[in-house]
Design a protein around this ligand. Structure first.
Ligand code: SAJ
Length: 437
């Protein structure tokens, strides 16, 4: 059975299905299609399926000009049902794994996908889970779903986990040139999964188990969350010490080894960093262990919006104004620069806190036309200069490259900067600091 599937992989006759046509699944599907495989993209959203089959991409990393030829050539097609899986040799699951309100993993999409695959699983099929999740998911949750029909994982079909490392908008590292970690339920499962990914991805890194592969991803993003929290706390300490945290970081970053540069900010947004570490702490809680770094990082990072609202309050106070009734312009609401994603963005918390204090809050963000959060909605200011002119205080939250920062600093009556835009924006390689104005 293994030799059959390996030969179908090596001669590209294997049919590959990717479940979940999002920012992870579509680039992966396109990569396999561009490397000679017939790929079917499965998604429950019929609108997405129709767009994809019309050669139209809604995922920023995949242009329609790149997708359309693959559709025309029959190398890629999308479908809203699961029946097609019966003819597939490999099925890769890329569905969301959100967190519930109490930071518990919400596995409904993985469970639904697992049940659907189970209805069409056949001997020799390779099933891979890519969704970020707690260690043990593939073996403890997905495997029993797939074995319901009587086939045995590792014996009748192959099962593996491989974490996604897609960073939307990044162009230097894409699917093909980002090393891919793969962990199999058994060594043979790993061998088959490595063989498949090696067809489309330059470097494939086998590890000893699915749990190891699941843990690798969580370490990667917990590493970021904890280091961002550290540098946020250093920013608070420097503030109390009357030091310029940016100068401290720039100088520390001249150390050519043993230091990783992170920058302070308004808090941590996005759908990875604020959430992924809680998958790990949730799992460890079931084992009666408290992941203290993750807990502390979450506390510090989620405290940053309140820290910055206090800075605005102090700045207005020094100008003899109360927050209540003051017009505050938030510059940038996306969770990080040069993207339009507002998921978990600290800007939303900051706006809510300021509104709670009676401020008249508006925002401008070239990537985000409108926002709605916890029952309020705001439309972005159309005219930046006009918005700055009428603002009692400008609060920089997202340091989009598109902004003319020196002009903004000149024009604002009062400006509070959660990033570093005073000298044209944060450029990590800068070591010589222009004297702050
Ligand atoms: N942030 C800081 N200071 C930093 C870095 C980030 O405040 O030094 C903030 C950002 O403003 C943002 C949040 O943290 O609000 C997350 O930023 P991020 O740079 O980690 O970006 P993400 O959320 O897009 O993370 C993704 C992740 N990719 C995957 O999970 C596959 C992460 O693993 C990548 O390392 C990261 O992109 C990246 O390096 O861009």
């Amino acid at each position: 059975m293994k030799d059959v599937v390996l030969s179908r992989i090596s001669d590209h006759s294997a049919a590959v299905a990717v479940i979940g046509m999002g920012y992870v699944g579509l680039p992966l599907a396109v990569a396999f299609a561009e490397h000679g495989f017939r790929v079917v993209g499965v998604d429950v959203d019929a609108r997405k399926v129709a767009l994809l089959n019309a050669g139209e991409s809604y995922v920023e990393d995949i242009s329609s000009t790149r997708l359309a030829p693959l559709v025309a050539a029959g190398a890629f097609r999308a479908i809203a049902g699961y029946d097609v899986l019966s003819q597939c040799d490999a099925v890769i699951i890329c569905v969301p794994t959100p967190l519930g309100k109490t930071h518990d993993p919400d596995m409904r999409y993985v469970i639904a996908a697992g049940k659907s695959v189970a209805q069409h699983i056949h001997p020799g099929m390779l099933v891979v889970l890519e969704s970020t999740t707690y260690p043990g998911t593939t073996d403890e949750l997905l495997r029993p779903l797939l074995e319901r029909g009587g086939l045995v994982a590792g014996k009748d079909f192959f099962l593996a986990f491989s974490p996604e490392r897609i960073d939307p908008g990044r162009t230097d590292y894409v699917v093909e040139n980002t090393p891919k970690v793969v962990g199999g339920l058994t060594p043979v499962c790993c061998e088959v999964a490595v063989a498949l990914y090696s067809q489309a991805i330059q470097t494939v890194v086998p590890v000893s188990s699915t749990q190891t592969a699941e843990m690798v991803k969580l370490l990667e993003n917990t590493f970021r969350a904890v280091n961002i929290a550290l540098v946020n706390e250093v920013a608070i300490m420097c503030d109390k010490l009357g030091l310029d945290v940016w100068e401290v970081i720039d100088a520390a970053a001249t150390k050519p080894y043993g230091f990783a540069r992170f920058t302070p900010g308004p808090g941590v947004g996005g759908h990875c960093i604020p959430l992924d570490p809680h998958y790990l702490s949730w799992k460890l809680k079931t084992l009666n262990y408290t992941a203290r770094f993750i807990q502390l990082a979450g506390e510090i990072n989620s405290e940053m919006p309140r820290h910055w609202v206090t800075k605005v309050q102090d700045a207005l106070n020094d100008a003899g104004k109360a927050v209540k009734g003051s017009r505050i312009l938030v510059l940038g609401v996306a969770y990080k620069k040069d993207v339009g994603d507002v998921r978990e963005s600290p800007a939303l918390d900051i706006i809510e806190l300021l509104r709670g204090k009676g401020a008249l809050v508006s925002y401008h963000d070239p990537y985000v036309p409108a926002i709605s959060h916890n029952g309020y909605g705001l439309v972005g200011e159309p005219d930046l200069a006009q918005a700055i002119a009428v603002a009692d205080c400008v609060l920089v939250v997202t340091d989009h490259s598109a902004y003319d920062w020196p002009a903004i600093h000149r024009q604002a009556k009062l400006l509070v900067d959660t990033r570093r835009t005073s000298d044209g924006g944060d450029s990590p390689q800068r070591t010589q600091r222009t004297q702050r104005g």
